[in-house]
Design a binder for this molecule. Structure first.
Ligand SMILES: Cc1cc2nc3c(=O)[nH]c(=O)nc-3n(C[C@H](O)[C@H](O)[C@H](O)COP(=O)(O)OP(=O)(O)OC[C@H]3O[C@@H](n4cnc5c(N)ncnc54)[C@H](O)[C@@H]3O)c2cc1C
Length: 133
């Protein structure tokens, strides 16, 4: 687990009430697809947990749905603003346990972490089928 300050590079709706946010910063604590981050928001006591949609050496991308005050606050944040994140939370998926033809299944806000998982499985030469609801 790592606590760091991340700079927003993109935060825009992809469909009604669903946003994609990209953050620049240290991603070394992310060890597997399926992990999540916990986001500190000004004026909110509890951090908001959001799954990692995608990541690379310098950026984290999240997909979130606006359902309440915290996510509505997130939706109005602009590129250049900074957020305090706890990164590398949760165990994530151990892809060494999958066969050659894995099926990934997700629904609603359970869909985003399937992207990085499928990407890693494909990188390992596996033939992935996705079932999304
Ligand atoms: C491990 C983990 C990973 C998650 N990953 C994602 C993700 O990748 N993308 C994402 O969009 N969300 C994800 N969530 C859900 C997300 O954390 C919540 O939707 C968010 O914290 C709500 O914050 P809020 O302040 O906007 O709403 P709150 O003020 O906390 O809630 C406002 C109202 O919305 C209702 N509500 C809260 N959450 C939801 C929901 N998910 N669906 C419908 N109604 C809800 C509450 O019951 C309440 O009535 C994840 C949650 C967990 C625990």
């Amino acid at each position: 687990m790592f606590q760091g300050i991340y700079t927003i590079t993109e935060n825009k709706p992809i469909v009604a009430s669903i946003f994609k946010i990209q953050l620049q910063g240290d991603t070394k604590a992310i060890t597997a697809p399926g992990q999540f981050v916990n986001i500190k928001l000004d004026g909110f006591y509890l951090r908001r947990p959001i799954s990692v949609f995608d990541y690379d050496n310098t950026s984290i991308t999240l997909i979130y749905k606006v359902v309440g005050k915290g996510t509505a606050y997130m939706a109005q944040l602009a590129p250049g603003q900074k957020l305090d994140l706890l990164v590398g939370l949760g165990n994530g998926f151990d892809t060494s346990k999958s066969g050659e033809n894995p099926v990934v299944i997700g629904g609603g806000v359970g869909v985003p972490p399937m992207y990085a998982l499928a990407k890693q499985l494909i990188a390992e030469g596996k033939s992935v089928t996705a079932i999304l609801g």
